[in-house]
Each structure stands twice: as structure tokens, then as C-alpha cells.
Design a protein around this ligand. Sequence first.
Ligand code: ADP
Length: 405
Amino acid sequence: MQILVLNSGSSSIKYRLFDADRGGDTPTLTERATGTIERIGETASRTTSRIHRDGDVEELVDEQRVTDHADGFATLVATLEGAGVLTELVAIGHRVVHGGEEFVAPTVIDERVVERIRAQIPLAPLHNPANLTGIEVATALRPDVPQVAVFDTAFHATLPTRAYRYAIDDEVAQTHGIRRYGFHGTSHAYVARRAADHLGRDDLGLVTLHLGNGASAAAIDAGHSIDTSMGLSPLEGLVMGSRSGDIDPAVIFHLVRQAGMGLDEVDELLNRRSGLLGLCGDNDLRVIEERAEQGDQAAASALDVYAYRIRKYVGAYAAALGRLDAVVFTAGVGENSPTMRARVVEGLGLLGVSLAPDRNLAADVRTTPDGVVALHPDDAPVAVLAIATDEEREIATQSLTAIGA
Ligand code: ADP
């Protein structure tokens, strides 16, 4: 059987096709094809696919214009059928950013579910509409295949009240759904399970650090998320590529009242012109690390602010868990930057967290067969792991569970 995973953005569709074998308790997933359709609706689109066949990878590039998402989905199905790799599709799994309070698990999609996802749009105006479009076009073209929505927020549905509540007027909070939801749930869930497999224990107290363009931390108690750094939206928490993360809400009032900025302007400032970009003018950590190495003060300071925020969260989450068995680094920065991992861990010795410098430097998660590399000294009380995240694989696994496969 096969499962197709779709991540629909406003002008792109990313996809992955997996073969699933029914061998054991949990199906083993093997990637069969992966690809991206970019610049949908623009004059020049680009469809790239990588097809696995008998140990080889075939790369296909198509520059034909893709007019809309329906055209995009039809193109990708035609590409996969043309390559002869789409044979026994049993489900299509869709990434959906915001499930609100309603969706706490992967959900098989029907008309009512579509309406309920639509109702969450005010909570995720940038993401949910594109995710919904993906669902609609896939359902229209393949009504024969069950479609499953997998929500970024769902893994954090186990947050206790004390962690998800903002201390604001209760009626306002209830009426408008103002609470912490958390995001990157599929990634935190995936790496937490990999950590448990690697360490051979399912009762771990974990802090997982998803450090990509967006970044978030989670405190995970025996596989359940008990706190996370993103909130109502993905703006809260860690310093990100271009988002500020935690900020005094009064900064917004100040900018509106004193600096005469409009609300949309402040929104744009905090979401697109802040974080690393705001601090030093770049948002690519590789570039910033190079600049800092060459003595650039703004870059060095940006790295310091970024690492310090993460370190504070590790400390806070160790306190929330009441114990700490492992710290997990994942996503672009977490998997690939030994220097940032070292900066974060510096000063965490009081919690028993330390790195073996040679292991940290040599770690290459993408070439390690199980995608997990231990970075701590052998006698360390707390494990530090770099783990290659795989959100699409997690969406595929959860979708298969949802259809009972
Ligand atoms: P997204 O959230 O867009 O999926 P990624 O998880 O790919 O993002 O992470 C992107 C970030 O990872 C960028 O800031 C990039 O600079 C950083 N990154 C990728 N490779 C490296 C590397 N070798 N060293 C340092 N940072 C890296």
C-alpha cells in the first residue's frame, strides 16, 4: 500500500510518496518519490520530483506553468503515474497547521471536518487556507482515497491547563480561543519517539528543540507534551529566523501609540523583520556564523541572544518536568550546527547537560542510518541527541493509523 503526504502552501505544494509494507505491528515506510511544485499561479512555475527506482534516483524537472493548486495536484499525480510509481494509494495525508481546540488527533476528512478546519482560519490566517485548498483539490481529483488531516497543534493537546493558559480575563480567553496551542507537533512527536527508541525507554523526561527557520522547544513527559514555547500562533517563544519570539506585549502598544505604526506594520515587523534577521540583517544561521567568525559584532550578538533564549527554555522545561533525561536537537540548525549546539549547552552543566566536543563536531545525522547521534560524554547523566526530523514520515504514519491500516 502507498500513502501520499501533501504540504500545501500559498504558492507551493510539497509532496512525498511512501510505500508501506504491512509486515510488523507498525508499517515500515519507504520513500518512493518526493517533490515540490513552486510558484503556483505565477508566470513561471517549477515542478521538481525525485523518483526512487531499483536503488536509483531519477530527477524530473518541469517548467510548465501551473495555474492553481488543482492544476498542481493533477500535475503531480500525472508525474507519479507517468513514472509508474503510483500503484496502490490507500490514503492522502495533509499537513494542517492549526487544529484549534477541536482537533487533537489525526482526523479522516469529510465535509464536516473541512468546515471545522475552515472555522479555525482566524487562528491561522496565513496557513490554514492553503492547507484547506490542498485538501479540496486532492479530494476532488481522488474522491476514492481517504484523506487525513494531521495537525501541527495536535501533539500539544496534552498540555495541562497551567501550561496552556494565558493569565488573562477568562471570558475573553474562552470567547476568542486565546490560549497556548503549540506547533511543530509532528516533529516533536517524531524525534521524541526516536529518542525513546534510541535510549530504550518510554518514560523519558525530554526537552526537544526544533530549530529551523521557525523554532520551538517542547517539554515531553513519557511521550506526552506538557509544555511548548509557541503559543496561540507560531510567534511566541524562541528567537527564530525572522520572528521575534517572546516579547513584552506592551511593545506592540508602544509601537502603535508612540511610534505611530499600524497594526499590520507591527505584525509584519514581529513576524518577518525580527528574530535573527532583525538582530543582524541575516536569517541564515550559516551566514551569521561565518560573519561572527570574521569578527562581526552584530552577528555574534545575534547568536548569543538566540542561544541564550534556548538555554532559558531548557532550564524552565527541566523544572516543568521535574527531571531531565535527554535534550534533543533537531531541524536545520539543531541537526547541522555544532557551534550553536555548543553555545546552547554552555552553562547547562548544573542540570547535568554536557557535550563531548568531538562527538558534537563529527555528528552527521543525515548519514547515520537511524538518524540519531549521541553527543554527550559516556558518563553524562543527561543524554544529548541530534536527531534528523521527518515530519512527512510522521504524517504518513499518523495517517495510516487514522484509517486503521
Ligand atoms: P524550515 O523551518 O524552513 O524547514 P530548516 O529546518 O531547513 O527550516 O532550517 C533552516 C535553518 O537551518 C537555516 O537558518 C539554516 O541556516 C540552518 N542550517 C542549515 N544547515 C546548516 C548548517 N550546516 N549550519 C548551520 N545552520 C544550518
